[in-house]
Design a protein around this ligand. Structure first.
Ligand SMILES: *[C@@H]1O[C@H](CO)[C@@H](O)[C@H](O)[C@H]1NC(C)=O
Ligand SMILES: *[C@@H]1O[C@H](CO)[C@@H](O)[C@H](O)[C@H]1NC(C)=O
Length: 371
């Protein structure tokens, strides 16, 4: 497989790093995104993601749509930082080393529908920026009161030294697809607008002192059960791995536009370091060569109920139904979540997240270098 960290990064690797390379030190992480990196935001706002989420690692639900850790958790571990508290979680949070503004279902661009109508989060990237901006100001005012506040809120200079991480855009694509827009419409009209809003958010964070940006592209949505099950697709629309080709192509078009946006941001925000991180390739590799990487199931969800992919949007992971006064656990997890790629038809398992993290991890120690 080709290098996951894009050429943007690789090209200048030899020229600058061999001479000046020092390990980066990030005292904090500020994360923006959707369920791929939500560590408790949507759960705090709209109700907990129940069991069996969290069962492989935390032992109980931990605000994540996963059996265990997410890529952002492995990033935190690798930087020797605590797991990120969700900004929206007002109980027991500790923001001394960062905050997480991601919520499951978040798009970059605000949608004209409520969570109840469409299942997408109202905390779009522009809102996440407003929350960050509030947090930036107010954390410092409150921290100056001293006492416990100095231990749960970040130091002032953490904001310029922090790693700003992004994993968002998947819901913009799926929302358009679910609303019956064609892939062509989305590519031509929606993607440019979505990417433009992404650039605005990054530019706003830069204006507040952010300097180190770590930007994940979006994954192969055409391999995810909840996307390919939405509309009946013809057999000819699937590739040899069982993924919907046009949807993966849409993700790749989005990614090309995102990569171009990162190049432009790099040119205009001269004091910032950018790393464009190709999680698409890591996820795609895992889907198409799952067995070669020690996994037993690829497209078939671990936790769910029925159908070709063990996924049914009405009978989700963890779902119990009452039949004749008896409760039956229908949305059960599989026996070996550590051998499955897809957790609940929508999200990756911890084992898959670890695989993805391992493919991108080398870039982390250099993410503070401008290149
Ligand atoms: C929401 O509605 C406004 C006004 O009609 C429109 O300009 C905007 O593009 C819509 N947003 C999306 C994501 O469809
Ligand atoms: C918050 O986390 C930091 C770093 O892990 C720790 O030193 C501090 O004691 C924690 N504060 C509280 C109140 O738990």
């Amino acid at each position: 497989m080709k290098s996951i960290i894009s050429s943007l990064f690789a090209l200048s690797l030899l020229s600058s790093f061999t001479i000046t390379a020092h390990q980066c030190h990030f005292p904090a992480i500020f994360n923006f995104g959707d369920s791929n990196s939500d560590t408790g935001g949507l759960s705090a706002a709209f109700g907990q993601a129940g069991p069996p989420h969290g069962s492989s690692f935390f032992g109980s639900p931990a605000g994540r749509y996963c059996d265990g850790r997410l890529v952002i958790d492995f990033i935190a571990e690798s930087l020797e930082l605590p797991y990120l508290s969700a900004f929206l979680d007002s109980v027991g949070s500790n923001f001394s080393h960062g905050a997480n503004f991601a919520t499951a279902g978040s798009p970059i661009r605000a949608l004209n529908s409520t969570l109840r109508q469409s299942g997408f989060s109202p905390f779009s990237l522009d809102v996440q920026f407003v929350q960050f901006s509030n947090f930036h100001d107010r954390s410092q005012t409150v921290r100056s009161r001293g006492g416990i506040y100095t231990t749960i809120l970040p130091e002032a200079d953490s904001f310029s030294k922090a790693l700003y991480t992004f994993d968002i855009g998947q819901n913009d694509l799926t929302a358009g697809y679910f609303a019956k827009k064609t892939v062509e419409q989305l590519e031509t009209y929606d993607v440019p607008e979505i990417i433009s809003q992404f650039k605005t958010a990054v530019t706003n964070i830069y204006a507040q002192g952010g300097r180190y940006f770590w930007i994940h592209n979006t994954g192969p949505i055409g391999c995810l059960p909840y996307v390919i099950e939405w509309f009946p697709l013809q057999a000819s629309e699937f590739d040899s791995h069982g993924c919907a080709s046009s949807l993966n192509q849409l993700a790749q078009r989005f990614n090309n536009a995102l990569k171009q946006a990162v190049i432009e941001l790099k040119a205009s925000l001269s004091e910032a370091a950018f790393t464009y991180v190709d999680v698409y390739s890591a996820k795609h590799e895992l889907f198409v060569h799952a067995q070669g990487h020690g996994f037993k199931r690829s497209l078939v969800s671990c936790c769910g109920h029925g159908g070709k992919y063990n996924y049914n949007k009405h009978i989700g992971c963890g779902k119990k139904v009452v039949v004749k006064g008896k409760e039956i656990y229908v949305g059960k997890p599989c026996d070996e979540p550590n051998k499955a790629v897809v957790w609940d038809g929508v999200h990756f398992t911890q084992a898959a997240n670890k695989f993805i993290f391992d493919k991108i991890a080398t870039g982390l120690s250099m993410a503070c270098h401008r290149h």
